[in-house]
Write a protein that binds this ligand. Structure first.
Ligand SMILES: O=C(O)CCC(=O)C(=O)O
Ligand SMILES: [Fe+2]
Length: 300
């Protein structure tokens, strides 16, 4: 009996440039965030990759996927691996339609026609903080970016909590916070802390000031920077002083990752564990992003 030469069953060599890159997850080196390479979000995710990504997401709160090339529908499909799409309650305006008619599930965050950008995102906020169930996560996909500015910065709310003194932690951990709807309180002269004789419009939904992440169990200082808020358990003077102190502590560079966008970046952030803002840019240049948000539960 003759034996088959082993050479005959060796598969042809694949040029290394066509082999898929392995999945790598590299922390940014800042307070939060990790860069993900070796994932093509236009294709179905494997269970093994999904598992690694969710673990990394819990650890780093912000995942930065490089080099993506996605249609709106592919972005939607990729992000909804991580949860169900957020449908804005009636009191959030439907922002804008995108080119392909997916609205409001895929928002065109853009200064070109049909897009939406506001001033509200110029200071750190938790998306939909004023609703009973703020969205749990959002993703932005960069299609066109200005040559400078238009960066997005995220703060780590868990680190902000951990870096408080034990005395402050004890003093605030059973307080609640009401964040008022900035869409119905647009007046720039409105204060950042609710004044007794100047009631804001809209519904009030108190959430804990210190929340617990439902998946990681991490504790979080669940506070935004420049929306009108109130601590219902405290009188005006002490509530306002406390919020000023907490904001001055939390919104500092040691708790922040600053993302300089490249076209093709998809950034997925955990809205329960972070606050974010965008820096200004030259409005004569185009900044064109797509955004998908995921539904959340009641903050714990
Ligand atoms: O455009 C950005 O970088 C951030 C906008 C924003 O705040 C958001 O999409 O939630
Ligand atoms: Fe936002």
């Amino acid at each position: 009996m003759t034996t088959t030469a082993t050479a005959a069953i060796t598969p042809p060599l694949t040029p290394s440039s066509t082999l898929p890159k392995p999945l790598t997850i590299t922390p940014t080196g800042s307070a939060l965030g990790a860069v993900v390479e070796g994932i093509d979000l236009s294709r179905p995710l494997s269970a093994a990759h999904f598992h690694k990504l969710t673990q990394a997401w819990q650890a780093h709160h912000v995942l930065i996927f490089k080099g993506q090339r996605l249609s709106d529908a592919q972005l939607f499909d990729a992000i909804t691996y991580f949860g169900d799409v957020f449908r804005p309650p009636g009191h959030i305006p439907v922002l804008a339609t995108n080119d392909q008619g997916f609205t409001p599930d895929i928002v065109k965050v853009s200064n070109v026609k049909g897009g939406y950008t506001g001033n509200g995102e110029l200071s750190a906020h938790v998306d939909h903080h004023w609703t009973p169930r703020p969205s749990k996560a959002s993703a932005l996909y960069a299609r066109q970016i200005p040559t400078s500015g238009g960066d997005t910065h995220w703060y780590n709310l868990n680190l902000g909590w951990e870096n408080l003194s034990p005395d402050t932690q004890r003093a605030i951990e059973s307080l609640s916070l009401i964040t008022y709807n900035p869409f119905v309180n647009r007046d720039a002269s409105r204060p950042l802390y609710r004044e007794p004789n100047n009631p804001p419009k809209g519904e009030a939904h108190p959430h804990p000031l210190v929340t617990t992440h439902p998946e990681s169990g991490k504790r979080l200082l669940f506070l935004g920077e420049a929306t009108e808020v109130e601590i219902p358990e405290l009188d005006y003077a002490s509530g306002r002083a406390l919020i000023e102190e907490l904001r001055a502590h939390l919104f500092t560079p040691q708790h922040r990752y600053e993302h300089r966008w490249e076209v093709g970046d998809v950034v997925l952030w955990d809205n329960r564990a972070t606050a974010h803002y965008r820096s200004a840019f030259d409005e004569n240049q185009v900044r064109d992003m797509r955004r998908v948000s995921l539904a959340g539960g009641r903050p714990l």
